[in-house]
Design a protein. Structure first.
Length: 82
């Protein structure tokens, strides 16, 4: 009976490892699919795309939102000059 349990436990360990890898790959795929449009929007507004990373920091994401809302956007200044 002990050998059957050990074989069953081994299969569960492999399943956990494979599921962990699938979860990690799925998470990375969704992160790329989600972040890409945000970076494009921020870059079109005239800011660096790296600003998107501040969205992951709890208090800085609110500060970033207010900075974008209250500051002059560089892209708008370029359009008005042209």
């Amino acid at each position: 009976m002990a050998s059957v349990d050990s074989k069953f436990d081994f299969k569960l360990d492999n399943l956990h490892t494979e599921f962990g890898l699938v979860s990690l790959l799925t998470l990375l795929a969704f992160a790329v699919i989600t972040l890409y449009p945000y970076v494009r929007i921020v870059r079109r507004a005239g800011f660096s795309g790296w600003w998107v990373l501040f969205g992951f920091v709890p208090v800085l994401n609110l500060i970033m939102l207010w900075v974008f809302a209250c500051s002059k956007w560089p892209a708008i200044g370029r359009e008005q000059r042209a």
